[in-house]
Write a protein that binds this ligand. Structure first.
Ligand SMILES: [Zn+2]
Length: 98
């Protein structure tokens, strides 16, 4: 068994880091798509064929974004250095902080 995987800042070596995922952006995107669908339903033709499909696409893509994300940005709380980790490193990090 390996020890716990800890992500440390590549600049100062601190482990006080914060990982930014696209989850929050995805939620906002889904909410906006939902509003477009609600509004589009009341607008004949333009709403049904243009606004609603755009809203549906936004909702779908908001669910796909987190799955497609390969790199996660990490902010160091200590020196404010910003760097990126890949998905595998992030998965191991999530496991280690459970
Ligand atoms: Zn740092």
């Amino acid at each position: 068994m390996e020890g716990q995987k800890v992500i440390v800042c590549k600049n100062c070596g601190s482990n006080a880091i914060q990982v930014t995922t696209s989850g929050a952006n995805g939620c906002a995107f889904a909410g906006f798509g939902f509003i477009l669908i609600c509004v589009g339903i009341w607008i004949p033709f333009i709403g049904w064929f243009i606004v609603m499909p755009i809203g549906a696409l936004m909702m779908i893509s908001s669910f796909l974004f987190p799955l497609l994300q390969k790199r996660f940005s990490v902010n160091c709380q200590n020196c404010k250095h910003k760097f990126y980790i890949d998905k595998e490193e992030y998965e191991q990090y999530k496991e280690s902080i459970k």
